[in-house]
Design a binder for this molecule. Structure first.
Ligand code: HEM
Ligand code: HEM
Length: 189
């Protein structure tokens, strides 16, 4: 029963911060909507990512507390706390400056490059910290007896590789040139 709490930790962290957070970032490049709608999608997907991330971390703590394991002893957990705090701060700043009440034109213009830079930095930390989590989990499993070249070990390592590839494509998409605004008109080919 207690283990169930731990198992939801990687699932929520991956679905939340890695996948939803990644979709939020690519929304500006991938969606055929006008800018204001893309901004709303960006904001909402990041909010879902943040909430799932907070629940996922709560589950890891709950598991540790109920099984008498110490908290916050690993590099993964320290970076994890840093990541969730930065994600929350980035969301609040983004909301206040770009959405409501919204900064002046000058402030928005000056903030965008910093927002993009910090956003990418936080997302890189998210993906890297997931890899650390997989590494840690597999090390625990191997020291409790699973085979080093067994199918569970491959599953954990390949899931980590898939997460890293996904994150790489999110960043490449964010770095790519924005498509021209779609005017929703058909044209003769
Ligand atoms: C970016 C996403 C992630 C964040 C922010 C994160 C954060 C955290 C935090 C804060 C803890 C500490 C809980 C405590 O001390 O009670 C923790 C524990 C743990 N996490 Fe993650 N995690 C993430 C993804 C993952 C993934 C994908 C795995 C893969 C299995 C994982 C495996 C673990 C393990 C094994 C522990 C317990 C050992 C420890 O405290 O280091 N995590 N995580
Ligand atoms: C933790 C939450 C957030 C992260 C990690 C994040 C990350 C990013 C990233 C990486 C980009 C660059 C996307 C690209 O150029 O393709 C971006 C752009 C942007 N974000 Fe966020 N963001 C977050 C929250 C928010 C919030 C809450 C708002 C409020 C509306 C917001 C508004 C914007 C705006 C206006 C842009 C500029 C789009 C443009 O015109 O190029 N962000 N964000």
């Amino acid at each position: 029963m207690i283990c169930v709490f731990f198992n939801v930790h990687p699932v929520l962290m991956l679905i939340g911060l890695v996948i939803m957070g990644g979709e939020a970032i690519v929304s500006y490049k991938a969606l055929p909507f006008e800018h204001a709608k893309k901004k709303l999608v960006h904001l909402i997907l990041h909010a879902i990512a943040l909430v799932l991330g907070i629940i996922g971390i709560y589950m890891a703590f709950k598991n540790h507390n109920e099984s008498g394991i110490a908290n916050l002893y690993s590099l993964h957990s320290w970076i994890g706390i840093g990541v969730i705090v930065l994600y929350g701060v980035q969301w609040i700043f983004g909301f206040l400056v770009f959405f409501y009440p919204g900064g002046s034109g000058e402030l928005r213009k000056e903030s965008v490059p910093w927002h993009v830079l910090f956003g990418m930095f936080i997302y890189i930390l998210v993906v890297a910290n997931s890899a650390l989590g997989f590494l840690e989990k597999l090390t625990f499993l191997e020291s409790s007896g699973i085979e080093k070249y067994g199918s569970e070990a491959f599953l954990v390592n390949f899931t980590a590789i898939v997460a890293i590839l996904y994150g790489t494509f999110v960043l490449l998409t964010a770095l790519s040139r924005a498509p021209a605004e779609d005017n929703h008109h058909y044209s003769a080919i």
